[in-house]
Ligand binder design. Structure first.
Ligand SMILES: *[C@@H]1O[C@H](CO)[C@@H](O)[C@H](O)[C@H]1NC(C)=O
Length: 310
């Protein structure tokens, strides 16, 4: 935002013609927007202690200390970059914001039919919803998954679920033993247009300060794009929506009480790590205590999915 104000001042003081003003705006934005900075202004990767976030993507910073002052609010990211004639130079612009399938070996949380409600339209059944999205990118996996899951589901869960859809209460509807019989693509848990791929992921730390202990664990993957900070998951997901090519967000608290004056360790502040692929939990091997005595708390994964589009 600030660069636009600067540009307005520039245009006003020099009396540029409107067309020149447009050019000046483009130049100004290209020189200051996060979109033209490596990793959108983030320095390094979020699983290293010496990294720093590119921006803060919620509306109110929780502190105004000198470290927080250095972090800009999120701008519109590469919407500038991708709207210019040089868009072909940037890989992130070429494919746009794709809706991807869930990664292989992913068993995300999902809801049974009687606890299920679609994000936007509530009247269509899950089967209708699945067929309605058949022309989307999710179709190949959705159709193959449903063909294999349909047999098991129809005998085990789907039929009783459908018949008791009106009477059963959500409170009684969480037997995890039969959860695997339900196709998560047909009954997704969605946040905005993202499938909740995992929540509060933990695993046993294989090395570092916490070796042998069950710890929260975050993603490390080559498809990393940038990371931001926020005070809500939905702000993280909205930021990913603004970054061309971003399809996956891993949110977590990077807790280090001794350094909680640093933005990324501030209490209540989420790290939002953005990726261009939906990263499997196989790659969640940042369990903290590896180059820093930090801990990863409440690690959630959100994969942009055709199953969650409205
Ligand atoms: C996350 O998992 C840990 C370890 O199992 C547990 O102690 C904690 O209560 C969980 N947090 C939430 C918010 O579910």
């Amino acid at each position: 935002m600030f660069f636009s104000i600067q540009t307005i001042a520039l245009v006003a003081s020099t009396g540029l013609l409107a067309t020149q003003g447009v050019q000046a705006l483009a130049v100004e934005e290209r020189s200051t927007s996060l979109c033209n900075q490596a990793n959108y202004g983030a320095s390094g990767v979020p699983w290293k202690s010496n990294s720093s976030p590119g921006s803060f993507c919620s509306s109110n910073k929780p502190s105004n200390n000198k470290y927080w002052k250095q972090i800009p609010y999120a701008d519109s990211y590469d919407k500038v970059r991708c709207s210019t004639s040089s868009r072909g130079r940037y890989n992130v612009c070429n494919g746009g914001n794709k809706k991807t399938n869930l990664p292989k070996k992913c068993n995300p949380p999902h809801k049974f039919p009687w606890g299920y409600s679609t994000p936007k339209t509530s009247t269509s059944s899950s089967a209708a919803k699945a067929s309605a999205t058949s022309s989307s990118a999710a179709a190949p996996v959705a159709s193959s998954a449903s063909s294999s899951a349909a047999g098991a589901a129809s005998s085990a869960a789907a039929s009783p679920a459908a018949s008791s859809a009106d009477s059963a209460t959500p409170a009684s509807a969480a037997p995890s033993a039969s959860a695997s019989a339900v196709d998560p693509l047909s009954y997704p848990v969605c946040d905005l247009s993202y499938q909740v791929q995992y929540q509060n992921y933990t695993r046993v730390a294989a090395n570092g300060v916490w070796a042998g202990l069950t710890m929260g664990a975050a993603a490390q993957d080559a498809s990393y794009m940038t990371y931001t900070l926020s005070t809500s998951v939905d702000d993280c997901l909205a930021a990913c929506d603004q970054i061309e090519g971003c399809v996956f967000v891993n949110t977590y608290y990077d807790v280090n009480e001794e350094e909680n004056y640093l933005p990324k360790h501030t209490d209540g502040v989420l790290t939002c790590a953005m990726y261009s692929t939906c990263v499997s939990t196989d790659n969640n091997d940042n369990w903290g205590g590896q180059d820093d005595p930090n801990t990863i708390v409440n690690s959630n994964g959100y994969c942009k999915s055709g199953a969650c589009s409205s």
